[in-house]
Design a protein. Structure first.
Length: 402
């Protein structure tokens, strides 16, 4: 397998700053790997790591990327990554002798979509494992998982290629500072899985229905707060939700609509507890679909809703310590973020209905005017289970809307 070492100086500096902020140690990667199939066959290798006591250990690493056998052109190809790192018994004993009782880990795999002899970089696959207790003896295996890697291939054949992999481990104990398990850094290449991309007309399209022209029009003011889980920062979001509800259809009644959110200017994040980042966010119009059960036999009417909103985000004016990172004007989520709302809505103008939910923040693509910043942006903010509080204030119903 060829070794790929080309990196721009600026990207090295940014990624190094991010890595140092997470762990005060080096990173290991895998080269010479065999392809993984859609059935999640494992690709195996090992890396040499330096333990805190100065000892060296060969650490087995396995990588898997579950790729579907076929995908339709124009729809996302979602591949599920997984990485496992095995600390041998000798390394476990050495860490325990140094006072450690647990080990945690993260990894970042650089993936490219290969079609027609051309490789297109994708957002990095970020995986992690919670801290695991060191066993009294024997090996310790850390299983790292994370959100899907997404690509949009064109008709033909496509493959997902590993262009680099870094793993970062931390060993620690209650009341003591964590220590890094330093590993040699490598870059590599090789296919992890392939798929057949069929023409769009060869597969049945699965689409959410468009908003109907008829029905009871219900409009809400939206006031939401989402917490970016990776950095613990709250972002306030405001906008308007326009829905159509057919209350006379057999229950559950269909709900469709459009979500329009205002730009968020100058959102402030503190990354890795010391790196201030300011950015602005815009949102494309989002489709809302779902169902509602409306009780019209009593006053006030109450709708028990079960809906999903699709929200696409664009980041711009991203600055770190006042320095523009140059993400450009097309730094967007590679797929919409889906926000599910379930519960009761009181159908009275002025009534406020509140929901607590979570949403996965997808990876970003198209970031960077001079270099690929997708892995950096995704590593900073993308990830699962971001808490959200959504308040809907009913603004008007049907013809009462001004």
């Amino acid at each position: 397998m060829s070794i790929l070492r080309s990196r721009s100086t600026r990207r090295r500096a940014l990624l190094a700053a991010a890595a140092v902020a997470v762990v005060a140690g080096g990173a290991g990667a895998v080269s010479g790997m065999a392809p993984a199939t859609a059935r999640q066959e494992r690709a195996e290798d090992s890396v040499r790591c330096a333990l805190p006591d100065g000892g060296q250990v060969e650490t087995p690493v396995e990588v898997g990327l579950s790729v579907p056998d076929t995908v339709t052109a124009g729809t996302p190809l979602a591949a599920t990554p997984s990485v496992s790192v095995v600390l041998p018994a000798a390394a476990v004993a050495a860490l325990r002798a140094g006072g450690a009782t647990r080990v945690s880990g993260t990894a970042s795999a650089d993936i490219a979509l290969r079609q027609g002899g051309k490789d297109t970089p994708l957002p990095a696959a970020e995986v992690s494992a919670e801290a695991a207790a060191l066993p009294a003896d024997g090996d310790l295996t850390l299983a790292l998982t994370g959100p899907d890697v997404l690509a949009r291939p064109v008709e033909g054949t496509a493959a997902l290629v590993l262009t680099g992999l870094s793993a970062r481990l931390r060993a620690g104990a209650d009341g003591t500072a964590d220590q890094a398990v330093d590993c040699a850094a490598y870059s590599g290449g090789g296919e992890l899985g392939g798929t057949t991309v069929t023409a769009a007309e060869q597969a049945a399209a699965v689409e959410r229905p468009a908003a109907p022209a008829a029905g009871l029009k219900v409009t809400f003011d939206v006031d939401a707060v989402t917490t970016v889980a990776k950095v613990g920062a709250d972002i306030a979001i405001k906008g308007e939700l326009e829905t159509f509800l057919d209350i006379f259809a057999p229950p559950p009644s269909p709900v469709t609509g459009t979500l329009r959110l205002s730009d968020v200017k100058g959102a402030y994040l503190v990354v890795f507890r010391f790196m201030p980042v300011v950015n602005s966010i815009s949102f494309a119009e989002g489709a809302v679909t779902g169902t509602a059960r409306v009780d019209v036999s009593q006053q006030p009417w109450v709708a028990d809703i079960d809906t999903v909103s699709d929200i696409s985000l664009r980041l711009y004016e991203v600055k770190q310590d006042g320095v523009d990172l140059g993400v450009g004007g097309n730094c967007r989520t590679v797929r919409p973020m889906t926000v599910a709302l379930k519960g009761d809505v009181t159908l009275v103008p002025g009534a406020v209905s509140e929901f607590a939910t979570t949403a996965d923040l997808p990876a970003f693509g198209g970031c960077g005017t001079e270099e690929d910043l997708d892995p950096l942006i995704g590593g900073l903010v993308s990830g699962p289970d971001n808490p959200m509080t959504v308040r809907l204030r009913l603004k008007c119903i049907d013809t009462n809307c001004g």
